[in-house]
Ligand binder design. Structure first.
Ligand SMILES: Cc1ncc(COP(=O)(O)O)c(C=O)c1O
Length: 454
């Protein structure tokens, strides 16, 4: 599947070295900040993995607005990474900024429901379809809590996920498949529990494998993204998610759709667009305009089972929820995002421009004689080094090429265009303009020329 010959390999490595040097010349202030920050931050960054980007030193950001941001060296970037979906509705959306300003003088957090709670619930329900909601601070937390609820209401202890999945730093999901066995991911720090004991992972798009596992009657839930987006994009084959819905119902398991990334599909997310009703749905990252916030929704039937499970449990910690979730600032930002930012007009713009970008990217690849593909889920696009979109994580891994991916990323970054640091992913936000798309295409054209000619 990997359509990359030796000559391309060599050019990618050469280009990467060249772009690393260029990055160093362009970013002296970021380098200084990295040195200074290292005095008090591990690796000089607030979170260690910010150091995993392909840049020689982290890129420090001064300010971000709409589809653009400016780095510490004063260079302006057109942002297609958009915080890997956290800023999918643009940086600092005006209605959210206004709501936060208003709320900032009226309290941040009280551990009590704010008066706009009914409005936020109604806005979640209007946009995503499910009738009942709970708030969490991150999508990671939301997934963790949903797994706990699923086990509580079904009385079963196992969960089924898909090879190549990522649902945040939720232990139960941080597994790999090795020789047909589900095992803890080798890269995990401090993992002492065998995660394969209560989690089983199978190939995405393999309904027969799912049915084999569900038939055992001990799986509480199937947790999946509607399309895998974290191992390279893997779209569902027609009928796959519908098949999951049917099978989970047949075997008494719950279907949880993690729409943290597939919220890019269209207003309401992938499931709403496809007319599929999961038991639980999880949204995170952009739903409060980029502030830490997540929400999980569930059906009426499930709400009753959840209340019954809670009522039957002894008093004390439920293991669900954190102090600051659902605080006043978050609720204000979420309400503004849902009602004034993630609007039908905004989605129309994002999806229209993303579709145009897809056509233009395919034409560009064809012009350079490259048999790679563009995979698109609504406003989210990915350049993949294979002829057609992968159907499972093994195929997605086979299509990956580190040097090429990093060379493209750095070449673009050095010319003011940011994609995600992994998988060459691009998001179109409500503030992205045709001029931004033109810039991306022009710079990528130069990059592909460098990769295809000696
Ligand atoms: C599908 C999916 N779910 C959950 C998460 C976790 O989100 P967060 O890191 O905001 O908790 C991610 C993060 O990339 C994700 O891609």
């Amino acid at each position: 599947m990997n359509v990359i010959d030796d000559a391309m390999n060599l050019r990618a490595e050469r280009l990467l070295k060249h772009e690393q040097q260029r990055y160093v010349q362009l970013h002296p202030s970021s380098a200084d900040l990295a040195d200074t920050a290292r005095r008090h931050f591990l690796y000089g960054v607030p979170m260690h993995w910010m150091n995993d980007w392909g840049t020689p030193t982290p890129l420090f950001v001064r300010s971000a607005r709409g589809a653009h941001f400016t780095c510490a060296d004063g260079i302006e970037y057109t942002d297609f990474c958009l915080g890997d979906t956290g800023a999918m509705f643009g940086h600092s959306p005006e209605p959210v900024a206004r709501a936060l300003e208003r709320q900032a003088r009226q309290g941040f957090t009280t551990m009590l429901p704010a008066v706009n709670t009914p409005d936020v619930g109604a806005a979640l329900s209007e946009q995503f379809g499910l009738p009942y909601w709970q708030i969490a601070t991150t999508a990671t937390d939301a997934n963790r809590f949903v797994l706990r609820w699923a086990r509580a209401v079904t009385g079963r202890n196992k969960v089924l996920v898909f090879d190549g999945c990522y649902h945040g730093t939720v232990d139960d999901t941080l597994v790999d498949v090795s020789d047909g066995r589900t095992v803890s991911r080798a890269s995990l720090l401090g993992q002492t529990v065998d995660l394969g004991r209560y989690t089983v992972a199978v190939d995405f798009n393999d309904l027969a494998a799912v049915e084999r596992e569900l038939a055992g009657g001990d799986i509480a839930c199937v947790l999946t993204e509607p399309a895998l987006t974290n191992c390279g994009m893997v779209p569902p084959t027609p009928g796959f998610i519908e098949g999951l819905r049917t099978l989970t119902q047949r075997y008494g398991s719950l279907l949880i759709l993690d729409e943290t990334h597939t919220i890019s599909s269209g207003r309401g997310g992938w499931a709403r667009q496809a007319g599929i009703a999961p038991d639980f749905i999880v949204f995170g990252k952009p739903i409060a305009g980029g502030l830490p916030a997540a929400a999980y929704g569930f059906s009426e039937a499930l709400a009753q089972r959840m209340e019954a499970a809670k009522d039957a449990a002894p008093p004390g910690h439920s293991g669900v929820g954190t102090t600051l979730s659902g605080n006043m600032m978050t609720l204000a930002a979420m309400h503004a995002t849902l009602t004034e930012v993630a609007t039908p007009t905004a989605y129309e713009h994002m999806l229209g421009l993303a579709a145009e970008l897809e056509v233009a990217l395919n034409a560009l690849l064809a012009r350079h004689g490259l048999s790679w593909c563009i995979t698109r889920i609504g406003a989210r696009l990915e350049l993949q080094f294979c002829g057609t979109a992968p159907t499972n994580a093994r195929e997605a891994r086979a299509a990956q090429h580190d040097a090429l991916e990093h060379a493209i990323h750095l070449y673009l970054l050095n010319r003011g265009v940011l994609l995600t640091p992994f998988h060459n992913m691009m998001l179109v936000c409500p503030e992205t303009r045709p001029l931004d798309i033109e810039k991306l295409l022009e710079v990528l054209d130069g990059c592909l020329t460098a990769l295809t000619t000696d």
